[in-house]
Write a protein that binds this ligand. Structure first.
Ligand code: HEC
Length: 212
């Protein structure tokens, strides 16, 4: 017991709650890991109206990368404003899907990605130049759930402080931009340097996504 990893202890604490108390004590975490979809209690959950539950512990998930002031349109006014106070975007994914990506170069079913948008700060403490991250401004969640969504993926918006998010309709730009421009399976792996390397090695990286 003493030498069990933090992850094992986490799983042992979580699995009974998810699968029914008592039944799974003594089951090895390997059983949860071997499936091709997110395991270990990481699969997306929804309420009865179809809202996605915000994974409360996403900050313990794997951080893929951060964007700074990234802009997807050419509006000049907006660009000037963003250049002064650019937002940071932090991207997180559930750990079992991250491990699966390392093996296959793509996302398994039941993957959840969180985009955390934070404002930037310039003045505080000893800082004399440059920017650091401020408070959360918005959260966006992207879920792969083949049985539930016709295009495999769905996008949700989660208001800061709320525990669930509302799905964007299939006509929203999220779907078309991600499908057309994401380097791997609807996601912007071209902007996550360590994953881009894995995807290139596995042959799953769509090179045409690098076009400007
Ligand atoms: C015009 C293109 C475009 C549109 C429209 C767009 N995104 Fe994205 N999205 C991006 C880019 C580029 C990134 C990479 C951001 C980074 O590196 O910080 C991204 C990253 C994400 C991620 C992190 C996982 C991933 O797919 O790489 C989520 C979640 C996300 N967007 C949600 C949304 C939602 C929700 C909407 C609709 C409200 C939306 N996006 C609309 C371009 C777009």
């Amino acid at each position: 017991m003493k030498f069990r990893s933090a992850r094992t202890i986490f799983l042992m604490a979580l699995l009974p709650a998810v699968l029914g108390a008592g039944l799974v004590i003594g089951r090895t975490p390997a059983a949860a890991q071997s499936s091709q979809s997110a395991g270990g209690g990481e699969a997306p959950a929804y309420d009865s109206s179809g809202q996605v539950m915000m994974p409360a512990n996403y900050r313990d998930w794997v951080w893929l990368s951060s964007g700074l002031g990234m802009s997807y349109n050419d509006g000049v006014g907006g660009a000037v404003e963003r250049a002064r106070r650019p937002n940071f975007t932090n991207v997180f994914v559930n750990p079992s899907s991250y491990r699966s990506f390392q093996q296959t170069g793509t996302w398994p079913d039941k993957t959840t990605l969180v985009l955390e948008i934070r404002g930037s700060e310039t003045t505080g403490s000893i800082n004399k130049g440059g920017q650091y991250q401020g408070g959360v401004r918005a959260l966006e969640v992207e879920v792969k759930d083949k049985k539930k969504f016709p295009g495999n993926w769905a996008f949700f918006s989660v208001k800061v402080g709320e525990d669930r998010g509302t799905q964007f309709p299939a006509s929203a730009e999220c779907y078309s931009c991600h499908a057309q421009n994401g380097a791997v399976d609807n996601t912007f792996v071209q902007f996550y340097p360590t994953l881009a390397e894995v995807a290139r090695r596995k042959g799953t990286f769509r090179e045409s996504s690098e076009q400007k």
